[in-house]
Design a protein around this ligand. Structure first.
Ligand code: FPP
Length: 243
């Protein structure tokens, strides 16, 4: 039996499309780090004549199912772009709703993270987030810190350029010998110690990087799908990995 199908025993039927795709995957060539730009919540809502925040609400369901699916697939690292530094420019009501949805998620899904042995963490300028969000993030990070399975990172108040600014300032403060080398920069990234993403997935069809993991995606495969984030699920992730 392909070891990858093990995590799905009793969940998918043995002759389904999913089971066939799983069988075709080579466990040795599985991505070590998948990064996802979750886009299309607003369009998903607009098509249904719903307020944008209903799109984000539906997007949380995809967040949950993709996290669980990636853990079953034994992906070592998953990074989700949940809130970019540019997202502060959105209407206050929308921004507040995103923080509320995140707080709800952290409250309701700590148990799922534990059950799936997932270690939770964040990247981005977390100290600029509302203090209630920061507290809840710290709690989930602490509670899952001894889990040994998939590492899950939420990129929050994240911008690739800001990350590099933070790296250079850190280096300027801590060193007096120059020049710096690529590995010096790598050691100061928010993702220091993690493998670079070998697969970058973007939903919603736009061919853009949107300031995400600029240094780390130098060699990543890029997979863009027209599927809007609230419609994206485990099978879509599997197709991306397969391709
Ligand atoms: C992009 O859709 C998505 C976001 C700005 C936020 C992503 C947030 C979630 C999926 C929900 C909250 C997350 C967690 C982790 C609980 P868009 O609004 O830019 O869509 P559009 O391009 O169609 O307008």
């Amino acid at each position: 039996m392909n070891p990858l199908t093990k995590g799905f025993e009793g969940i998918i039927s043995p002759d389904s499309v999913e089971a066939n795709l799983l069988k075709k995957l080579d466990p040795i060539r599985l991505p070590q780090h998948i990064a996802i730009i979750m886009d299309g919540n607003g369009r998903w809502a607009r098509i249904r004549k719903l307020p944008r925040i209903q799109g984000h609400r539906a997007g949380v369901k995809s967040v949950k199912s993709v996290i669980e699916y990636a853990a079953r697939l034994t992906i070592p690292v998953l990074t989700l772009y949940a809130f970019s530094s540019e997202n502060w420019k959105r209407p206050e009501h929308e921004v507040n709703t995103l923080w509320r949805l995140l707080r709800q998620y952290l409250r309701s899904d700590l148990v799922t993270l534990q059950q799936n042995n997932i270690r939770f963490n964040t990247i981005g300028r977390i100290s600029e987030l509302p203090s209630t969000v920061q507290k809840q993030l710290a709690h989930v990070i602490q509670e899952t810190s001894s889990n040994t399975g998939m590492k899950l990172f939420l990129a929050l108040n994240y911008s690739g350029r800001t990350e590099l600014v933070d790296v250079f300032n850190k280096l300027l403060k801590s060193r007096n010998d120059f020049p710096i080398e690529a590995f010096d920069i790598e050691s100061c990234l928010y993702t220091a110690g993690l493998p670079d993403p070998d697969l970058l997935v973007r939903t919603g069809g736009e061919m853009r990087i949107s300031n995400f993991l600029l240094w780390q995606i130098a060699y990543s495969e890029i997979y863009v799908t027209d599927v809007l984030w609230p419609d994206f699920g485990g099978l879509h992730l599997l197709k991306a990995v397969h391709e």
